[in-house]
Each structure stands twice: as structure tokens, then as C-alpha cells.
Design a protein around this ligand. Structure first.
Ligand code: RFL
Ligand code: PHB
Length: 385
């Protein structure tokens, strides 16, 4: 088999890249280790920046998003019960859209024209410095795909980044001493907008997927086990971390998904090795506090698609050459913002009383400074590419 671009991974990054290439008439094949249903069953992010919404429109997959996505003009921060509304629209003239990653993935899967091979096992990348090709095993049979380029969109644990010789890659990492325990529930959200809450017992987040489906998180230690958390224990802990009126208004019910995600900041540089380009979680991880993971995956593949379109359309490799530097410039700004939001809102075991006072001062500064709020709003709603 032969194609122009072999895409590894059918998460949002791989599917969006495939869609943009399909629309530009560039042949591509997606290889995905899991089944389509498994990919759709993963519950992850929920907030889209305007740039990601615009990309869904460019990809002609925004019909459901425009009909069902919820426009959010602001968000709430709460610090030991004191609340502060960040009004995005007033501060920076932009907003975000609440629309689940599962739905983004479904829309992209439904629109897919090119070939996707699900349950492709043991994917391996070869000759990335020369004439690249990809191997995989399906139903016990080994297959080969020759290509011009490989797009590594296979997430943090994928094979793409692992295929780059260690000496050709520099990695930067911060692992936080906690994770998020998340619960999905078929109940209306407790508030119209998201609430990010700092409490001495730990961070909590009230999010949502629709008018009738909510997503809640509490900070837990890294080694916590999801089996230790009955629904009742989760709801009790969440209520304790919210201010009394919000806790009172919370509608609880049986969880339909419950999982723990570790928090990590990670960047690999550069994003290109020969014919291989890394994009999305394969290249970087942000802690979810700034709602940037999915949005970064989208902006990476928008840049990568444009680079390939320029290459095949105009025979110019300028975009391909510049991809890594361009994408990393945006990635590091999102890394900074996600780290900052995480530092402000979580409890850090090593912080001590001085660290907590600094967090409180940061919140009070935000509350009193329109300029500080504008900076938050500018970053949260998405910096330009
Ligand atoms: P994905 O979504 O991980 O997709 C990668 C795809 O590659 C496949 N794959 C392979 N395929 C073939 N061969 C291999 N060897 C392969 N190895 C892996 C995988 O099966 C998968 O289908 O990466 P992508 O497309 O870059 O998208 C990035 C986003 O998914 C991610 O940034 C966000 O979801 C991060 N994230 C969150 N971000 C937020 O903004 N808010 C959140 O609440 C939030 N929750 C989360 C998250 C990420 C999580 N992970 C990765 C553990 C919760 C979790 C649990
Ligand atoms: C979510 O709804 O899952 C969500 C929203 C905002 C975040 C992180 C996760 O910052």
C-alpha cells in the first residue's frame, strides 16, 4: 500500500488532520490501535477555544457543534469560598464553547472519507530519515504502508515519539503530586458557567457537557485508587470544597463514568524528525486546569495540515520546515498558562503556609485588577496561532 501521509492515531488530532488533508485532496491513511467504539468511550476534555470552533467550521464538521455547543461568556473562580467571575466577553471580546471531546471525535469520524484502520496492532515506523514506511498487524497479518510523511498523533503513550532516537529529542517535564478524580453524571450543571475552586482540602471543578449532563472533578493524591471512591464519598468531598450556596444547589446522581487522570506538564522538542511530525499529546501534555490539551492538539494539526497543503500544492517545504518552531511557540505559552492555573488553584503538599498566602495574594490581585483578569481571559479563550 502507498499513501502521501500516514497518520498514527485516531484521536482528535489524527482525525482532524485526516479531515483537513481529505478536503485538500491529499491522500492519507489513519492507523489506530483501538476500536472506534473504544476511542468514542474515552471521556476527556470539554472546552473549545474559538480557534478550535473555527477549525471545525473549516473542516465542515460544525453542524452539531453550532446547534448543541454551549457558548460560555465567562467562568467562575472560587478561593476558600470567595467567588470571582471572569467575564471573557467584557474583558477580551471573546468566548469559549462547551462541547465534549467525545462529540468532536464522533463528528470527525462520521465525516471521514479516507481509510482508517482500527485495531491496528504493533504499529512500527521505519526509515524516517529516508523513504518512510509503516508496519502493523491486523488479524494476525502484517501489513506495510509506504508514505512521504508520517504524522505522529498517537498520544502520550504512542509509538511515534518513542521511534525518535533519544539523542535527537529533548524532553521537558513536571509531574504534579496529584491527579483529578472525575465523575460524569446525567444531571443539569450546578451553574451556567464552569466553577474552578481552590479549597484547603484541594481543588474542585464543576464542568458540564450539556444542559443535562455534568462533569465534576476533585483533586486527589497521585496514588489514589478510583475503587476507594463511592459516588457518595465523591459528592460529599465535592460539596465540602464548594461554597455553601453552590454545594446546596448541586444535583447528584449515579455516576456514568469515574476515573482518575494524573497531572503532568511535558514537551518534546523538536516536533520533527526526518519525515515524522509529532502533534497533540504525542508531543506535549498540559495539566487540564487551563482546558488546553484538546485545543493545542487542534492548533498543532491546523499548522501541520497547512504545511502539507503548501508542500503538495506549491512544492514549497517552508511550512514543513517551520512547523516545529511555529507550533512550539504556541505550545509553550499554553504550557505556561496551564502551569499557572494549576499552581494557583491546587493545594501543594510542599507549599506550606507561605505558599498558601502567595496563592491567596494571587487570587486577591486577580480580583482587584482588570489587567490581570484580561490576561487570564486572553489565555483561557485562546492565544492566536
Ligand atoms: P489522544 O486523544 O490520546 O489520541 C491518540 C490516539 O492514538 C492511539 N494510539 C495508537 N494508535 C496506533 N498505534 C499506537 N501505538 C498507538 N498508541 C496510541 C490512541 O488509541 C488514541 O486513539 O491524543 P490527541 O489526538 O493528541 O488529543 C489530545 C487530547 O485527547 C488531550 O489533550 C486531552 O483530552 C487532554 N485531557 C484533557 N484535556 C482537557 O483540556 N480537559 C480535560 O478534562 C482532559 N481530560 C485528558 C483528560 C487526557 C487524558 N489522558 C490522555 C490520559 C483525561 C485523560 C484521562
Ligand atoms: C471538562 O469539562 O472535562 C473540563 C473543563 C475544563 C477544564 C478541564 C476539564 O479546565
Amino acid at each position: 500500500m502507498r499513501t502521501q501521509v500516514a497518520i498514527i492515531g485516531a484521536g482528535p488530532a489524527g482525525l482532524m488532520l485526516g479531515r483537513l488533508l481529505d478536503l485538500a485532496g491529499i491522500d492519507n491513511v489513519i492507523l489506530e490501535r483501538k476500536s472506534a467504539n473504544y476511542v468514542l468511550g474515552r471521556i476527556r476534555a470539554g472546552v473549545l477555544e474559538q480557534g478550535s470552533v473555527d477549525l471545525m467550521t473549516r473542516a465542515q464538521v460544525d453542524r452539531r457543534l453550532q446547534a448543541e455547543g454551549l457558548v460560555h461568556h465567562g467562568t467562575d473562580l472560587s478561593f476558600d469560598g470567595d467567588r470571582l467571575r471572569i467575564d471573557f466577553t467584557d474583558l477580551v471580546g471573546r468566548h469559549v464553547m462547551v462541547y465534549g471531546q467525545t462529540e468532536v471525535t464522533r463528528d470527525l469520524m462520521d465525516a471521514r472519507q479516507g481509510q482508517t484502520i482500527y485495531e491496528a496492532e504493533d504499529v512500527s515506523l521505519h526509515d524516517l530519515d529516508g523513504k518512510p514506511w509503516v508496519n502493523w498487524v491486523k488479524d494476525g497479518v502484517t501489513h506495510r504502508l509506504d508514505c512521504d510523511y508520517v504524522a505522529g498523533c498517537d498520544g502520550y503513550h504512542g509509538v511515534s515519539r518513542a521511534s525518535v532516537p533519544q539523542s535527537a529529542l529533548t524532553t521537558f517535564e513536571r509531574v504534579y503530586p496529584f491527579g483529578w478524580l472525575g465523575v460524569l453524571v446525567d444531571k443539569p450543571p450546578v451553574a451556567h458557567e464552569l466553577i474552578y475552586a481552590h479549597h484547603e482540602r484541594g481543588f474542585a471543578l464543576c464542568s458540564q457537557r450539556s444542559m443535562i449532563r455534568s462533569r465534576y472533578y476533585v483533586q486527589v493524591p497521585t496514588d489514589e485508587k478510583v475503587e476507594n471512591w463511592s459516588d457518595d464519598r465523591f459528592w460529599d468531598e465535592l460539596r465540602r470544597r464548594l461554597n455553601p450556596e453552590t454545594a446546596e444547589a448541586l444535583e447528584t446522581g449515579p455516576s456514568i463514568e469515574k476515573s482518575i487522570a494524573p497531572l503532568r506538564s511535558f514537551v518534546a522538542e523538536p516536533l520533527r524528525f526526518g519525515a515524522l511530525f509529532l502533534a497533540g499529546d504525542a508531543a506535549h501534555i498540559v495539566p487540564p486546569t487551563g482546558a488546553k490539551g484538546l485545543n493545542l492538539a487542534m492548533s498543532d494539526v491546523a499548522m501541520l495540515a497547512d504545511a502539507f497543503i503548501e508542500f503538495y500544492g506549491e512544492r514549497s517545504s517552508v511550512g514543513v520546515e517551520l512547523y516545529s518552531a511555529r507550533a512550539l511557540s504556541r505550545i509553550w505559552k499554553a504550557e505556561r498558562f496551564s502551569w499557572w492555573m494549576t499552581s494557583l488553584l491546587h493545594t501543594f503538599p510542599e507549599n506550606g503556609p507561605f505558599g498558601r498566602r502567595i496563592q491567596r495574594a494571587e487570587f486577591d490581585y486577580l480580583a482587584g485588577s482588570r489587567v490581570a483578569q484580561q490576561s487570564l481571559a486572553e489565555n483561557y479563550t485562546g492565544l492566536p496561532s
